[in-house]
Design a protein around this ligand. Structure first.
Ligand SMILES: [Zn+2]
Length: 149
């Protein structure tokens, strides 16, 4: 696996801490006339990112985030999710499909975690163990960490 170069983006000052994960949601209407919008919105909506570094002295005023934003370096964050046990092989590439559409499933947050993109390819990073709770899909599920391929 090759290490990807971190991207530089702007994020609300309150969130700007090393190690924080967030899901980028896309621009809001208040961003239209902002002079730094290109830097804020260089990520892919719906994906999960992790802040790997905060750049000092980069505060900018922002109409969306309370007060101001500052520059951070981010990379795509691993996502913890439940997949079929027979697909849970470390370093294998899988296409992620939401196979648990039940919103009342007790494992729903892990069956359809925020920040994962349906149809995208992911690499199984680590197998964390068995499903911590029941899922409508049955018992043969593993909790894994997926990284964007
Ligand atoms: Zn489920």
């Amino acid at each position: 696996m090759t290490a990807k170069k971190p991207k530089v983006t702007l994020i609300g000052e309150i969130l700007a801490r090393q190690g924080v994960d967030f899901v980028y949601e896309g621009p809001s209407s208040a961003c239209e006339n902002c002079k730094v919008r290109k830097v804020c919105h260089n990520l892919q909506p719906g994906r999960r990112y992790r802040i790997v570094a905060v750049r000092p002295n980069t505060r900018q005023d922002c109409p969306v985030h309370a007060g101001s934003v500052c520059a951070v370096e981010v990379e795509e964050a691993p996502i913890v999710t439940l997949i079929q046990a027979d697909m849970a092989i470390v370093n294998s590439k899988i296409g992620y499909e939401f196979s648990c559409p039940k919103t009342h499933c007790r494992s729903y947050d892990l069956c359809r975690p925020e920040g994962i993109v349906e149809g995208e390819k992911y690499i199984v990073g680590e197998v964390l163990g068995n499903a911590p709770d029941v899922c409508e899909r049955g018992r043969s599920l593993k909790l894994v960490e997926l990284r964007p391929a």
